[in-house]
Design a binder for this molecule. Structure first.
Ligand code: NAD
Length: 485
């Protein structure tokens, strides 16, 4: 049994209350580990450790802070195989995905913000009548970073790296559904000799230690990635204390295929957008909109390819579709599919749980599912499902594609597939999303602003946006005398 412990003041520890949660392997449905469930005492210890570490950490020059992050990136890369196997087992995602996406990206996050720690600079504004303003950017102090289960180490490092690079001390709270790689990261921090208290990691329930972390008066800022309902709860709790908040929330992203597209590339990209990581990526293109002229041909080809994506044991190299993350999520996705039937949808493929043979027979697998014929205002089309389920609908022209794309509450990402560059520009301006991809999907440059509008969140991560979030701007205005002579 793997034991997941907290990382507080440079040490791995269990909870004083002896409270534990079970950790499940999604591919088998079996418990394979236990997770220490943090309480108030662990939070107070972590806050005290972070507060004690802060004065020295904030005074450490940026490039020096960056060196710690470079060191961690190297250790993550050294342990790539071990971490990828752990991530695959903990989430149910194919080992090939963990090895090529999750863990390399975690190392890239650490390395990217290691660089940012040395490159971050602030503005100055000269006033012609004899004054200069310059902007001091100070770290907040103790900050909280709360991450979800879909890309565990990838999204955890995406938050803690800029927070640390900017000079804050951090209390991280990974998802209780997938805690393992964050615990391995804590071991790597110990091996690297990261100063104690600079990073602390608390495990446990969202409604328990997650909510306590948000409410703690000494935690000055919260960076959160997760569901929209949780984001709203966090905002309610943090707003009266005027905490700085970054909220990266859900999506129901349109993937818009025009009839002048490169058909094969659009097909390949749309399949990836729909079913990568079992559809459990906030950026997944879960609403597939196809222009009338190629609709039937595209639908038939898409469904044929989706049928080939049979879920299997995530640990096998050839597997391209793994399990969904938990029993509760399995049940939720299946109930969404059932509701789609009730709302008039026709299931073109998938639509049911799958039981692979052998050790995975009791795992939480769902066949990639394509649904057509739903009314535009139904729950299935408007609400996030976050599983291997895509809805398919035709549109006539650019105007109609835009109307459909924008008529949901979410506004995270959109993909366009077209050969018409002017149309790509026009659509990009009108789409109500924080990200637009043209003839691609999930091509990520870590420098760009990443985040959503409407119910998909508040604020942006990535590049200097993240460094700005994790600092407070203070303008210093200095008057000087002009030389009369
Ligand atoms: P979730 O909201 O249930 O949990 C996310 C994290 O918040 C977990 O660590 C959880 O323990 C914690 N949490 C739960 N309740 C809390 C509370 N009341 N106070 C403080 N913390 C709390 O989300 P999830 O199910 O883990 O992740 C899936 C969701 O995340 C999807 O909606 C997906 O779209 C979203 N997501 C968004 C992005 C993005 O960048 N916008 C990226 C990945 C995932």
């Amino acid at each position: 049994m793997e034991t997941i412990r907290h990382y507080i003041n440079g040490e791995l520890r269990t909870s004083r209350e002896d409270a534990w949660l079970d950790n499940f392997e999604p591919a088998t449905g079996q418990v394979y580990g236990r997770i220490a469930d943090a309480g108030r005492a662990e939070l107070e210890d972590a806050v005290a450790a972070a507060e004690a570490a802060f004065p020295a950490w904030r005074r450490t020059p940026g490039p020096e802070r960056g060196r710690w992050l470079y060191r961690l990136a190297e250790l993550v890369e050294r342990d790539l195989e071990k971490l990828a196997a752990a991530e695959s087992r903990d989430t149910g995602k194919p080992i090939s995905v963990a090895r090529s996406l999750d863990i390399p990206r975690a190392a890239a996050n650490l390395r990217f913000f290691a660089g940012a720690a040395g490159h971050f600079a602030s503005e100055s504004h000269l006033m012609e009548d004899g004054a200069i303003n310059w902007t001091l950017r100070e770290p907040h102090g103790v900050v909280g970073c709360i991450s979800p289960w879909n890309l565990p180490l990838y999204l955890f490092t995406w938050k803690i790296a800029p927070a640390l690079a900017a000079g804050n001390c951090v209390i991280g709270k990974p998802s209780e559904v997938t805690p393992v790689t964050a615990c391995h990261l804590a071991e790597l921090c110990i091996e690297a000799g990261l100063p104690q208290g600079v990073l602390n990691i608390l495990h446990g329930r969202g409604a328990g230690i997650g909510a306590e972390l948000v409410a703690h008066p000494k935690v000055r800022a919260i960076s959160f990635t997760g569901g929209t309902a949780t984001g709203a709860e966090i905002a309610r709790s943090a707003a009266p204390m005027f905490k700085k908040l970054s909220l990266e929330l859900g999506g129901k992203n349109p993937n818009i295929v025009f009839d002048d597209c490169d058909f094969d590339k659009a097909l390949e990209g749309s399949l990836k957008a729909a079913f990568a990581n079992q559809g459990q990526i906030c950026l997944c293109g879960s609403r597939l909109l196809v222009q009338r002229g190629i609709y039937d041909r595209f639908r038939d080809a898409f469904v044929e390819r989706a049928r080939e994506l049979q879920p299997g044991d995530p640990m096998e190299e050839a597997t391209r579709q793994g399990a969904v993350v938990s029993a509760a999520h399995h049940e939720k996705v299946l109930s969404c599919i059932q509701r789609a039937r009730e709302e008039g949808g026709e299931i073109l493929c998938g639509g049911e749980a799958v039981q692979p043979k052998g050790r995975c027979a009791r795992g939480w697998f769902i066949a990639p599912t394509v649904i057509e014929g739903l009314p535009r205002d139904c729950h299935t089309v408007r609400e996030e499902i976050f599983g291997p389920v895509v809805t398919l609908a035709p549109f006539e022209d650019e105007a109609e594609a835009l109307t459909i794309a924008n008529e949901v509450d979410y506004g995270l990402a959109a993909s366009l597939w077209t050969a018409d560059i002017s149309r790509a520009h026009r659509m990009s301006r009108e789409l109500e999303t924080g990200l637009v991809w043209v003839n691609t999907w999930m091509l990520r440059d870590l420098r760009v602003p990443m985040g959503g509008m409407k119910h998909s969140g508040v604020g942006r991560e990535g590049g200097f946006e993240a460094m700005r979030f994790f600092t407070e701007a203070k303008n210093v205005c200095i008057r000087f005398e002009e030389n009369e002579g």
